[in-house]
Write a protein that binds this ligand. Structure first.
Ligand code: ADP
Ligand code: MG
Length: 741
């Protein structure tokens, strides 16, 4: 009997099983069959070569047009093969011995070609691609005649799988075929009634059709069924978790009329916006209830989330508890602590001369505090003298104790690991209330799925008097004069007393090694090395190169500071303070400034190699300027040629400041999963088919069914198949998030 649990090695042979385990961590037949084709290619239909993007791992169907052997640096030879889809062409390059392997590539042959798209002399190419040719003549089905397994491609539709250099798509297709032939009928965990009501295929039919569909309609139906299963699994887990959360009350922290919060409101120098008031009321009510708050507060950069969070923290302190504020970086934590102390004034000087009676204390706890400061902060946290404790994840990794942790505020949650949040929640006697803040807008379905049962609130309006940010793309190589003009603009702003940022993707070699992890991300999670000479692309600009270049060149005479993640913490803090105090004119920095840095006097930002950043990241970055009522200007400097996808992305960022529109664009362009960082990329493994953008209906329907199922049968005892599915989901290390998130 062959089931989804059967070890792969029993079905596809040892060598293939080993390769699949190594490449994709597949152990069982079920793992293999859960590796779905990315798309279907048609034997009779060629791929659209013009749409290929540099750095993509691709498999294309194309015709061989020409073959030529060329000299190569005086030794050896290279074979250049041009393949075409009838419109655009792609170069295949084989060096040295590889060229002999490529001898069957003859003009007129059609096949599948797999590799990573590179660019050399403005020509897109695949270096040493793997390939499989279709039989030379459509009627020539002699097995092996053309190196292709006729059986694998018996159908007109060719499944194209996510593949690696070691395991190509055709190898996967062959393994899947072998497995499907011997697989016994797969039982369906869904009630037939529900299945029919939702118009879904039986699981067995869907699994087979997913890999070897008779036609595209059948493939779509198979996807719909399997996507439904993903949606239902997640929603069942969440429904169970909601039930569980409701069953574990925490301590209510109701507001007080005469406490810190009231005193704070009385000394606020501005009016709260309507949104800040509404969300504030909502949060106040939730803090005052025994059901632990789980709220996600999203709002554009500069919409004033910090005030909302601070007011919630003061309510917690008024009720005798403590609040922890977690920031993604030390720079930001230190800045938060300073801002909060400044806003609180005498209210933050508990036990000190000039402090008010109700005053509390703000403790800053970061990884790199001097021992004495650290000891004081730890004591204040443990003894309860500090009502507000601000820190980075050091706050939780180290042995910090709280007297009574009532509220955890997490700033820019998408930069924060799941484990860290869990650890912090483990520090409270009662489950703390949780408020998560993010400036990256999250589509509703993502909130519903990735963030589980977090309720969401949005600060839609910016505080009055906020000047708009203008954004322009500066095509540095096409229009060098524009770049000169950009530097000149920075000089002009500084001339009128304003300040500027220059952002680079990389720290640079002088600062000791590779990027600080805050800049350029992996494009697709492939384990391929980053850009190198092969692609003809230079490495991204680095702070350590750019800063001296500017100091000696276009920004000569201005006071320049350098900030990046690899500086010692005191140095970072010193630079940030100097910039905030106006002692520096220009800050040359990596994306350490991306999140939350608030220097209202900064009005202009130049992002160098802007195409190396994600859309949301650019949006975040430019939110650093124009915060003080002076108009902001963001210059996206890039070599990306006009019309290229990279350039189009930049144009889109320049064209709108609507964070929601950009978030959608980001999701579309970077593939879902990368947008929200680890939380979502983890979930991506669970959600292979379900699209958080397009499948809102499916997600909503699954949510309804899940709620009904769990209400009727909390442990799913009557649905062992579904219970097992949820257990697998929750077992997954990433589903820790679902469990405790
Ligand atoms: P966010 O964290 O949402 O990006 P902040 O909370 O840092 O935004 O607020 C940005 C700036 O706006 C801060 O300087 C803050 O003091 C100020 N601010 C907040 N709320 C208001 C308001 N209602 N009116 C005027 N200024 C405000
Ligand atoms: Mg903020």
């Amino acid at each position: 009997m062959v089931t989804l649990e059967t070890p792969l090695g029993d079905v596809v042979g040892g060598r293939t099983a080993t390769a699949l385990a190594k490449a994709f961590d597949m152990r069982s037949v079920g793992d293999l069959l859960a590796h779905y084709p990315r798309r279907l290619a048609e034997r009779g239909e060629l791929s659209d070569i013009a749409s290929l993007r540099v750095d993509d791992e691709v498999t294309v169907v194309a015709d061989v047009r020409s073959v030529a052997d060329k000299g190569f640096r005086g030794r050896g030879e290279r074979r250049e093969v041009v393949v075409s889809d009838g419109r655009a062409s792609l170069q295949l390059v084989f060096f040295g011995k590889g060229k002999y392997r490529a001898r069957d590539l003859q003009p007129g042959r059609r096949g599948l070609f797999s590799g990573k798209v590179g660019e050399f002399n403005r020509t897109r190419q695949l270096v040493h691609p793997d390939y499989q040719l279709f039989p030379a003549d459509a009627t020539d089905d002699l097995p092996g005649a053309a190196g292709i397994d006729a059986d694998t491609y018996a159908g007109r539709l060719i499944p194209v799988y996510p593949a690696t250099n070691a395991v190509r798509t055709w190898a996967i297709a062959a393994a899947v075929h072998q497995a499907l032939v011997v697989l016994d009928a797969v039982p369906d965990p869904l009630d037939a009634q529900l299945r029919v009501r939702r118009g879904l295929l039986p699981l067995d039919t869907a699994l087979r059709a997913m890999h070897e569909p008779a036609d595209r309609a059948q493939w779509a139906a198979a996807r719909a069924r399997l996507a439904w299963d993903e949606a239902l699994g997640v929603q069942l887990a969440l429904a169970q978790r909601r039930r569980h959360a409701g069953a574990h009350p925490t301590q209510a922290r109701p507001p007080r009329r005469d406490g810190l919060l009231a005193a704070f409101d009385a000394r606020l120098p501005f009016e709260l916006t309507a949104g800040q008031r509404d969300v504030g009321d909502q949060v106040a009510a939730e803090l005052g209830s025994e059901r632990p708050m789980h709220r996600l507060l999203q709002g554009e950069v500069g919409s004033g989330k910090t005030v909302v969070a601070l007011r919630a923290m003061l309510q917690a302190v008024d009720a005798g508890g403590q609040a922890a504020l977690l920031a993604p970086t030390e720079v930001l934590a230190a800045q938060h602590a300073r801002t909060i102390e400044a806003m609180l004034g005498p209210l933050a000087r508990g036990g000190q001369l000039g402090g008010s009676d109700t005053a509390t204390r703000v403790a800053l706890l970061t990884g790199s505090l001097p021992a004495a400061a650290r000891k004081t902060a730890l004591l204040d946290a443990a003894g309860g003298a500090a009502g507000i404790v601000v820190g980075t994840h050091a706050l939780i990794q180290q042995h910090v104790q709280f007297a009574d942790l009532a509220l955890v505020v997490v700033d820019e949650q998408h930069r924060f690991g799941v484990e860290q949040r869990d650890a912090l929640r483990g520090k409270a006697a009662h489950p703390p209330h949780v408020l998560v803040m993010t400036a990256t807008p999250i589509p509703r379905t993502v909130a519903m799925t990735v963030f589980g049962d977090l309720e969401t609130s949005t600060l839609a309006e910016l505080p009055a008097g906020r000047a708009p940010i203008a954004t322009s793309v500066v095509p540095a190589s096409e229009k060098p004069a524009w770049l000169d003009r950009a530097w000149q603009r920075i000089r002009e702003e500084v001339g009128t007393g304003r300040q500027a940022y220059v952002v680079c993707p990389r720290v640079g070699a002088d600062a000791g090694g590779s990027a600080d992890g805050a800049g350029v991300e992996d494009d697709d999670g492939s384990d391929e090395p980053p850009d190198d000479d092969d692609t003809g692309r230079r490495p991204p600009l680095a702070v350590s190169d750019v800063a001296p270049m500017l100091a000696e060149g276009p920004l000569q005479g201005l006071r320049l500071g350098v900030l990046h993640g690899r500086l010692p913490a005191e140095e970072k803090d010193r630079v940030m303070r100097a910039f905030a105090a106006g002692d520096l004119d220009v800050l040359v920095a990596t994306t350490v400034i991306e999140v939350g840095v608030d220097v209202p006097n900064a009005t202009v930002m130049a992002v160098l190699d802007a195409d190396r950043f994600g859309v949301s990241q650019l949006h975040q970055l430019r939110g650093r300027v124009g915060r003080g009522g002076h108009a902001g200007l963001c210059l996206l400097v890039s070599d990306a040629p006009g019309g290229s996808p990279a350039r189009e992305r930049l144009d889109a960022v320049a064209a709108t400041t609507d964070g929601f529109a950009l978030a959608r664009l980001d999701v579309e362009q970077r593939r879902e999963g990368d947008v929200l960082g680890s939380a979502q990329s983890g979930r991506r493994r669970q959600l292979r088919l379900l699209s958080l953008l397009r499948d809102e209906d499916v997600i909503a329907a699954a949510r309804t069914e899940a709620a009904d199922l769990v209400a009727a049968d909390p442990d799913l005892a009557g649905h062992p198949g579904l219970a097992a599915q949820v257990a697998r989901l929750v077992d997954d290390e990433r589903a820790e998030f679902l469990e405790k998130g």
